[in-house]
Design a binder for this molecule. Sequence first.
Ligand SMILES: [Zn+2]
Length: 152
Amino acid sequence: MGISYWGPFADAIGGGDDHEGFANRQMRDGQWSNGEWSSRFPSDAHVGFRAECTCGWHGEELFPPTDEGEEAADDAWSEQHLQGLIDAEARKHSVRADRLLRWMKDVRQAALKTEPDSNVLGGERLTERSRGFGDALEQLGKFLEQQAREQR
Ligand SMILES: [Zn+2]
């Protein structure tokens, strides 16, 4: 029914089981539908959405009873609740730069693909996707350099 998180640290924060986000509908009489769509909670009788999580957390803001409002409530769950859980878990871990450099090298060898191109020296160039990926790896390298400079 809702949104489950399966990204980094999902297991540690219980992202797949403990925290499922959804846009809870508030009905005209003030009741919350809690994900129920029925004759008790018809699809045209809600006055707004708020961000809610199966762990009990909920946002404060009431969003409009529109598709955009529902999306905004989903986004609010992600930004106001889920991201804080991920950040707190991520702060417990650090990765040494030498491990990141080794990972970057492995990824570069495994993921960067070339295609024939008679217009360039050597007769081949990186595919468009690989160029984008290579740019991302280069940015990560610059980030590591910057971190090293700041820590001197
Ligand atoms: Zn939660």
